[in-house]
Design a binder for this molecule. Structure first.
Ligand code: UDX
Ligand code: UDX
Ligand code: ADP
Length: 470
């Protein structure tokens, strides 16, 4: 029969594990939730008396304030967390491999494996082990083999797949009212019991009909598939934005028109300077690698094109900037507004802004960056990684970081909008214009400015997906 879960442990206090398990604690006061991580600084931040949490997510502080110390705990004592729990989420990082077989494509499963081995080594009672991290199809099988080969006798491990679909910036809303919760299990009596135990946890706040239970492999693949199809939508709309710029069609109007088709739907059709974030590219490359391993080269090529279109969109945008600024930006001053990969997050992983700044630097322009949430240290780290042959001191001769949009745009020739922060919609453009070198250009990579109003002020404006003929 299914066990009643009373103690949950989450291994990994990152972007996924932290918010997810904090919400479980909030919604299930009868369950003790312990989130463990090897990273002392991260755990300290989660425990900080003034709630200076390691990640920024609207509404997260309020959740942690209510649950922390009540039934939500953060700790570096991984072993104790494992031993006490009856259900363990594995929510560690699965970055793209940087070397070895599958480098640049395959997921690095080292962290998942180490966490799994730890569970096997220290557990002295049976556990339900839940894959929360996004993993390649059939990872659960490897986890099961490791657990069974290393565990004490009398301990049984049931493995579930429970991928997380939250998006950054809206994580708390997504967790409070998810479109669906997906739980995959083996279709054995024990597997189905474990599945029911986890479903019961979610049923404390998620309507029953939104809790989908499927086979283990379908669940693992669904996560990759969902992200691949979302990214594909953006690459499709971005491919159309290039046609719009060349013809005089307007991508906003096109997206609006096609989104009205109920089979297509209106969401996730915003053309942009390219998608970023820790998931889309990584998950597609994973799917590409999986397809190739399964000897399906045409399938691999199909998905790879989604990433290639995204690379093209980013470099096409940089090229528009150079072309428009009279074919050279050497020695020119450019303000880049926004560095996060999307609004309402301080996260910069795979942010298109990084590629843009790198391109501008290689053209020897001076760049001033402003982002309301990204830490300076993160910007330097990202630029050093993006420009491997340039020492930081040289990057810092070309790049400065500003404290406001107004400061960033002063004495510049051009402004590039890379992230759709709400505050960029409220910029006092007249003041900005007065302080700029002329002619003053605005390149909007996120379709947030009123181009006509800006032109009236005196700006030359280029918006993604809108040609000079529109
Ligand atoms: C994504 C998925 O949405 C989420 O379900 C999954 O769990 C993790 O990956 P996330 O990467 O946090 O979430 O953000 P998302 O809102 O999906 O945006 C990803 C990127 O696509 C951002 O750079 C965003 O600016 C871009 N985007 C999104 C567009 O360019 N146009 C759109 O219409 C939507
Ligand atoms: C299509 C468009 O739907 C319609 O809006 C446009 O005006 C003309 O082109 P049609 O070709 O008549 O209409 O049929 P549709 O129902 O779209 O199906 C096209 C093909 O896709 C069919 O072979 C259908 O079997 C296939 N299909 C459709 C699938 O394989 N899977 C699906 O989920 C849907
Ligand atoms: P995600 O976006 O998938 O949540 P993050 O990198 O934000 O990824 O978080 C993953 C967390 O997992 C990191 O804080 C890392 O320190 C932690 N972690 C990785 N391996 C282990 C492990 N074996 N035991 C405990 N924590 C781990």
């Amino acid at each position: 029969a299914p066990i009643k879960v009373t103690k949950v442990c989450c291994i990994g206090a990152g972007y996924v594990g932290g918010p997810t398990c904090a919400v479980i604690a909030l919604k299930c006061p009868h369950i003790q939730v312990t989130i463990v991580d090897l990273n002392q600084a991260r755990v300290d931040a989660w425990n900080s008396p003034d709630f200076n949490l390691p990640i920024y997510e609207p509404g997260l502080v309020e959740v942690v304030k209510q649950a922390r110390g009540r039934n939500l705990f953060f700790s570096t004592d991984v072993d104790k967390g494992i031993q006490e729990a009856d259900l363990i989420f594995v929510s560690v990082n699965t970055p793209t491999k940087k070397s070895g077989v599958g480098a640049g494509f395959a997921a690095d499963l080292n962290y998942v494996e180490l966490a799994t081995r730890r569970i096997a080594a220290v557990a002295h009672s049976s556990k339900i082990v839940v894959e929360k991290s996004t993993v390649p199809c059939r990872t659960a099988e490897s986890m099961r083999t490791i657990l069974e080969a290393n565990s004490r006798s009398g301990c049984r491990f049931d493995i579930l797949s429970n991928p997380e679909f939250l998006a950054e910036g809206t994580a708390i809303d997504d967790l409070f009212s998810p479109d669906r919760v997906l739980v995959g299990s083996l279709q054995t009596p024990e597997g189905l019991d474990a599945c029911e135990s986890l479903a019961e946890v979610y049923s404390n706040w998620v309507p029953k009909e939104r809790i989908l239970t499927v086979g283990l492999w379908s669940s693992e693949l669904s996560k990759l598939a969902a992200n691949a199809m979302l990214a594909q939508r953006i690459s499709s709309i971005n491919a159309l934005s290039a046609i719009c710029e060349a013809t005089g069609a307007n991508i906003d109007e096109v997206a609006h028109a096609i989104g009205f088709d109920s089979r297509i739907g209106p969401k996730f059709l915003r053309a942009s300077v390219g998608f970023g974030g820790s998931c889309f590219q990584k998950d597609i490359l994973n799917l590409v690698y999986l397809s190739e391993s399964l000897h399906l080269p045409q399938v691999a090529a199909y998905w790879r094109q989604v990433v290639e279109m995204n690379e093209h969109q980013k470099s096409r945008f940089s090229k528009t900037v150079v072309d428009t600024l009279f074919n050279t930006i050497t020695g020119k001053h450019i303000a880049v507004l926004g560095f996060a990969f999307k609004a309402d997050t301080g996260d910069t992983r795979e942010s298109p802004a990084i590629s843009l700044v790198r391109d501008f630097l290689s053209e020897r322009a001076y760049v001033t960056i402003y982002d309301p949430k990204v830490e300076d240290a993160q910007i330097w780290l990202d630029l050093v990684e993006a420009c491997p042959n340039v020492p930081l001191v040289n990057i810092q001769k070309q790049v400065t970081i500003a404290r406001s949009s107004l400061e960033a745009c002063k004495d510049k020739e051009a402004i590039v909008i890379a992230t759709e922060w709400k505050e960029f919609r409220e910029i006092d453009w007249q003041t900005v214009y007065n302080n700029m070198n002329k002619p003053a250009f605005v390149f909007d990579g996120r379709m947030i400015v009123d181009a006509v109003a800006l032109q009236k002020v005196g700006f030359k404006v280029k918006v993604i997906g809108r040609g000079d003929r529109s």
